[in-house]
Every structure is written in structure tokens, then in C-alpha cells.
Design a protein around this ligand. Structure first.
Ligand code: LLP
Length: 427
């Protein structure tokens, strides 16, 4: 007997076989039974395939892919990317220590973020990170001061705000004039002149980032033009820019909207770079979501069905504290039954146990479910676990990484003892 296998749209390492969902060679229902729910499940092959698209795009070029670990900073995931030759884009001292704990090299780290503290700068200098992506003129002054006091020189790149509309959710567009990020395009030359004059800094490149979940090539091409104009004027002022960092990666397919493939986009970008004579620079990029987003799902159990006059609610055991994207950005995640379902089909809002009306995971979905059934919230590898909290004193979910027919728990379920560890009663 042959079993019909269908890869799920956008998540080819997750498939439906005879109505049952699989990750690589493992049945998701078995993982949920063994490890409980809510449970994040990741496919290592999916991560490496996503990375492969960037690697193909950069083949034959001097380039480094620095995984933006804010998307998912679990140690084992960092380990996968470190072993695959990636560097890391970090935004805090905590992320810095995680890279080291996962076996990553300090020299392969770039440090972004608008609010680096002196302590974070000192630690990063002591370890010898690859580059500070400086986001303001004030930060240049402080970083130089800290470097001089530490008897060292900080490698810097200035993050330039290109003022390009990435046409994504306003909370995740970062390269517009009204955003807090980067140095305004019009101020960048003056900032570079200052950086070159400061004793504790060594200019090594230029950086920009226009936003996240971008599904169209046009904003990247526009931003690249604007950055190259600036490279020309900064170098004409006698300041060399050995590397160009092009910021975050592409969006992913959450709901049938397919962004360009990374290799195809980079072919286009390199055509432009070559045409303008910059093709031989060193290139850095900082993709996060596109490396892990569609490599993960979150498994959840249906607790109760609650029919109502206006809405039917399907109450599940995953909530906004575990998977905050719908509550924060009205984000859409596909929801798929883990096994061919139970009850009569009906239209439900999928909601969690947290005491907020904003605690929803999906709205108006047609589902045939009964209490006890398992559902997979798809495309949950990026910005889900990394943004999870203990709101309502809920312990954070466990995480499992699958490779072929093997599953490893990479983060245990958070217990109440874990949650109470740092707290003290008054004497
Ligand atoms: N580099 C910088 C400087 C960034 O700010 C970001 C993301 C990245 C790289 C990675 O971008 P990606 O390749 O993941 O698009 N929590 C939001 C996304 C916030 C993105 C913030 N910056 C969400 O769940 O959609």
C-alpha cells in the first residue's frame, strides 16, 4: 500500500502522509505525546536548505552570512549555523554570550542595536568581535572612548538609514526616516568623517537594514542604490569601506505570498553591484526569519470548544505568551490538524488560556476538531520562542530539533521552579 505524501506549502520538510503530519521522518503526534504541548519542533534540514539558498546566491563572492539570532537564539540552533560556517548578528550582551556558549567565534560576530551599553561594548571588545554596527553619532563617541580606555580599537560600520519603504508591517520596518534606527542618509558622510577621526575606531564598512518580512525585491534594489551612492561619496572623502552589510534577510511564505528566492534576489543585487563596480567587496547579510521561520512549527492541544452567538472558540494550550506574533502584529499563521480530525467542521477563532482578548493565535479558521486533538501552528520557527514570556506565570514551551528520524530536546519545558528561581519573599 502506498501512502500519499504532500509537502506543506512553504514548509517542504513538513509533510502530510495519509492525513498525518510529519517533520522529516517523524510523526508530529508522537513528538507531542512524548514531550507534551505546547511544543516547538524544528527541522534541521529545513534550516540548512534555507541557508543553502543564500550560500548559492553568494557563491564565488567574498561573503559572510551572519544569522540574526534574535529570530531564534536556542543554543542548538546557533550550533547548527556555526557548524555550517555562519557568523552571527547580535543585539545584546546576552546574545554575545549565547554565541560563545554555542561554539561560535567572536571574530564572526557583528553587533547591531541602537542602545549598546558601555559594559556590552567592553565585553565585545575584550572578545574581539568582527564589527560594531553603530547606529548614531553619539554611539560613535562612546564606543571610541570605551575602546581607548580598553587599550584597543573598535572595528565599526555605520548603519545608514536609507529612507526606503519596505512595505511591511509598521512595527518591523526600520529603514524609514521616522524609525529610530541608523544614521540618516544625509548625515552619514559627516558621521563617517567623525568616525575616521576618532582615536578608538577603525572604519571597516557600511551597513543598512530596511525592515523585516519583506516579500518584494524592489525595496532591496532601491536601498542598494542609495547605499552605493553613499559608498562613492564616503570613499571620495578618503575613507575606505571594505565591506557592505546589507542587513536582514527576506520574508517567508506565511500565507501563500512567496518572497523571491534568496539566490534569485542576490543574483539581481550582484548584477547591480557589478554594474556599478562594487561586486568584489566583502558582503555581509544578517538574515534571521528566512533561515528558521519555516523550519519550525508549534504543536498545541485543543482543550475546549466553546460555541458562541457571534464566534466559535477553539481554546488551545498555546497562548500569546508562547507565540506573540498574532497579538503583536495581527500576524497570520497557518493552522493544520496533526492527524485527520475529529469533530464536525466549523469556523473557529483559535485562542489561548491567557486572560486577554488579544490572546488569539488564528481567526476564522475552518477546523474539524474535538478536545484532545492536536494542531500545528505553522511557520513558527522565527520570532515565536524568542519573544515568549512568562505572562500569566505560564512556563515557556519545550523545543525539539529533528534530524531525519531522530529528535533531540534542545530546551526543556520551563518548570515553576525555574520561574521562581530569582524571586524572594520579603524577610
Ligand atoms: N538585522 C537587523 C539590524 C535587524 O533589526 C533584524 C530584525 C535582522 C537583521 C533580521 O531580520 P530578518 O532577516 O529576520 O527579517 N519580531 C518581528 C520581527 C522583528 C525584526 C527585527 N529586526 C516579527 O515577529 O515579525
Amino acid at each position: 500500500m502506498t501512502t500519499h505524501t504532500t509537502a506543506l506549502p512553504g514548509q517542504p520538510f513538513f509533510s502530510s502522509r495519509g492525513g498525518e503530519l510529519f517533520v522529516e521522518e517523524l510523526r508530529l503526534a508522537d513528538l507531542a505525546r512524548e514531550h507534551g504541548t505546547p511544543l516547538f519542533v524544528y527541522s534541521k534540514a529545513a534550516m540548512l536548505a534555507a541557508l543553502g539558498a543564500y550560500q548559492r546566491g553568494f557563491a564565488g563572492r567574498r561573503a559572510r552570512i551572519c544569522y540574526a539570532m534574535k529570530a531564534n537564539p536556542s543554543l542548538a540552533i546557533l550550533q547548527v549555523f556555526a557548524q555550517a560556517g555562519c557568523g552571527f548578528d547580535i543585539v545584546s550582551g546576552g546574545e554575545l554570550e549565547r554565541v560563545l556558549a554555542a561554539g561560535g567565534r567572536a571574530a564572526d560576530i557583528i553587533f547591531s542595536g541602537v542602545g549598546k551599553t558601555r559594559a556590552e561594548m567592553r565585553r565585545a571588545l575584550e572578545l574581539g568581535i568582527g564589527c560594531f554596527n553603530v547606529e548614531s553619532e553619539a554611539e560613535l563617541e562612546v564606543l571610541s572612548e570605551v575602546a581607548v580606555a580598553s587599550g584597543t580599537t573598535a572595528p565599526v560600520s555605520i548603519r545608514v538609514n536609507p529612507d526606503v519603504d519596505p512595505k511591511t508591517h509598521p512595527y518591523i520596518s526600520t529603514g524609514l526616516k521616522g524609525n529610530k534606527f541608523g544614521v540618516a542618509h544625509g548625515r552619514a558622510l559627516a558621521a563617517y568623517r567623525r568616525a575616521a577621526a576618532l582615536p578608538g575606531l577603525k572604519v571597516v564598512g557600511i551597513d543598512c537594514h530596511i525592515g523585516s518580512q519583506i516579500t518584494d525585491a524592489a525595496p532591496y534594489l532601491d536601498a542598494m542604490e542609495r547605499i552605493l551612492d553613499l559608498v562613492e561619496s564616503v570613499e571620495a572623502a578618503g575613507i575606505a569601506l571594505p565591506h557592505i552589510d546589507f542587513g536582514g534577510g527576506l520574508g517567508i511564505d506565511y500565507q501563500g505570498v512567496q518572497p523571491p528566492a534568496a539566490d534569485a534576489l542576490w543574483r539581481k543585487l550582484f548584477d547591480k553591484l557589478d554594474a556599478r563596480g562594487f561586486g568584489d567587496r566583502q558582503f555581509l547579510i544578517e538574515p534571521g526569519r528566512s533561515l528558521v521561520g519555516n523550519a519550525g512549527v508549534c504543536l498545541t492541544e485543543v482543550l475546549y470548544l466553546k460555541p458562541g452567538e457571534q464566534k466559535n472558540f477553539c481554546i488551545v494550550d498555546v497562548a500569546m505568551n508562547d507565540l506573540p506574533r498574532p497579538a503583536m502584529y495581527q500576524a497570520w499563521h497557518a493552522v493544520v490538524p496533526v492527524a485527520a480530525g475529529g469533530g464536525p467542521a466549523s469556523t473557529y477563532d483559535l485562542v489561548g488560556p491567557v486572560c486577554e482578548s488579544g490572546d488569539w493565535i488564528a481567526r476564522d479558521r475552518e477546523l474539524a476538531v474535538r478536545p484532545g486533538d492536536l494542531l500545528a501552528v505553522m511557520s513558527a520557527g522565527a520570532y515565536c520562542m524568542s519573544m515568549a514570556s512568562n505572562y500569566n506565570s505560564r512556563g515557556r514551551a519545550a523545543e525539539v530539533l529533528v534530524e531525519g528520524d531522530r529528535a533531540a530536546v534542545i530546551r526543556g519545558r520551563e518548570s515553576i521552579a525555574d520561574q521562581l528561581r530569582l524571586e524572594r519573599l520579603l524577610p
